[in-house]
Every structure is written in structure tokens, then in C-alpha cells.
Design a protein. Structure first.
Length: 90
């Protein structure tokens, strides 16, 4: 869907809505699923999706300290993907 909608402001809004599901008050499976959706977006849209990076990094840092290993691992996968795309360490 996001690939078909070529509107960066809508990408940012949807990305932020998904990222809010990664907050600690949500069940861990919801947090993990939200991160999976974000990772999928980076996989599908590639460098075009880097427009959401400024909003994504702070939420990822929270997820890297999650109490559930599954959530933390998913966050690490996203960080690795972003680092591969940008060529920089985050």
C-alpha cells in the first residue's frame, strides 16, 4: 500500500502510528508485530523509506532495551537493515 502511495507525509504518519505500538504498555507480541511491519517497509521500499529515519531511531532505541528478547531481536534486525542501507552505524 505504501509503495503505491507516493506521499512521504503519509508514510511518516503511518510509520509513527505503527511505531507507537512498540511502546512498553502494549503486549510484547504487539510490539514485535509492529517492528516486523516496520522492517517489512524498509525491505520493500528500500532507501525511499529512509525519510522516516528521524522518527524511527528514538523508538528503536527503546525497543533495543525491551524486556522481551524477541522484541529486542527484531529491533536489532531493523538497525542492521538501516545500517546496511545507509552505510553508517546508528
Amino acid at each position: 500500500m505504501m509503495d503505491r502511495i507516493n506521499n512521504e507525509s503519509l508514510w511518516i504518519r503511518l510509520n509513527n502510528a505503527i511505531l507507537f505500538k512498540t511502546r512498553a504498555e502494549n503486549p510484547w507480541k504487539v510490539r514485535q508485530a509492529a517492528l516486523s511491519v516496520i522492517k517489512n517497509q524498509f525491505d520493500l521500499m528500500g532507501e525511499r523509506y529512509l525519510i522516516v529515519l528521524n522518527d524511527t531511531i528514538p523508538m528503536l532505541s527503546e525497543c533495543l532495551e525491551d524486556e522481551k528478547v524477541e522484541v529486542e531481536d527484531m529491533a536489532k534486525e531493523i538497525v542492521k537493515k538501516i545500517e546496511e542501507m545507509t552505510g553508517e552505524s546508528i
